[in-house]
Design a protein around this ligand. Sequence first.
Ligand code: URA
Length: 433
Amino acid sequence: MRILDIIEKKKNKIALSDEEIQFWIDGVTDGTIPDYQTSSLLMAIVLNGMDEHETAKLAEAMMNSGDVIDLSCIDGIKSDKHSTGGVGDKTSIALGAMVAACGLKVAKMSGRGLGHTGGTLDKLESIEGFNCFLSEEEFKKQVDEIGLSIIGQTGELVPADKKLYALRDVTSTVNSIPLIASSIMSKKLASGSNTILLDVKYGEGAFMKTIEDAKELANAMISIGNKLGRNTMAMITDMNQPLGNTIGNALEVQEAIETVKGNGPKDFTELCMCAGEIMIMQAKLAESKEEARKMLEEAISSGKAYEKLLEMVKAQGGNVEQIKNTDLLPKSKFITEMKSKENGYIGNIHSMQLGILAMYLGAGRQTKEDSINYAVGLKMNVKKGNQVKEGDLLCTVYHDEELSQDWINKFYDTFTYSQEKVNSIPIVEDILG
Ligand code: URA
């Protein structure tokens, strides 16, 4: 087999065979196919696409390029969830505790953030001592015993994706549904859970800008999961404004804690409840969504979800006193209130820009080497559609350095106002699968 023939085939819009896809991914993994030929094939895929069968084969070949976690030693159905990423997304922390309190086994491997605020691991590391790097054995033992563990990737998961993603990043070949779907799903498949819930975000602060694109990506990932024997479902959720009220690591942990205690913001709580219902149904622990919702409500009102979060933090070496008393979480030097300069209804809130402003405060990384300031971030006081008057509080900023005039100008630019009533957007747009 020759890679040149495979490139030629895709250039001519002909579907690749399983053997050809396997040959390519083997060559990417062991370095025998040079980057310039892989780049050429990637561009041909961007331009000419892949059908469902090719996409599933690509995900499978990538999954098998490295370690595949075997969770079969843990009793019961193992559940995973994945978000395509958004601003203020602390879902894994609250949702993990909520569904584990309902009896699910959640074995979650998360990532760090680059670009704006931190990823789930960075958020958890704002808790003193929290260890995101358990061995595979410790990870499995914890999931078996308490039903919940969130860690960074163990072993060498999906090395082919690492190489392909690095190449795609510098060859303008990121934006392709089959490439994105197979990249995300190869990692979920290698993580070993039986069920997968995908939270595919759409909107200004998301990877997919429109509902239609988000649905197309979701359907491509559902098809891969189902073809490879995993019960896979997706939620299409709004990212036209930050999720919940907080952006920034310790602030988001605090909001996740409030949410598992039943005091979370309405949109974030609803997203967690909807996701929880689906995960409980996927794990066959309830027969209807209504029953699943009751289980989640009970987990919150009885304090079991909060207890589960405490158990996970304790098991992973974190300081539980900071969970019991969130005043002990990292604190910024300064707190500044940003007040509205106008009257009207809040139209748009540019969540991506707010995420970038939080990054400038130190909440996220611009390069992999940057360190994170856990204390800094934003606490929003308004949502799209709220009516505000001049002088009303828009947001509280937690920061360690003086805010520059440029930062302040950019902050005010993230809001648009309307004199007409603005409808709020439902957080969950659709459920697929
Ligand atoms: N996230 C991934 O893991 N892969 C992609 O291709 C895009 C987003």
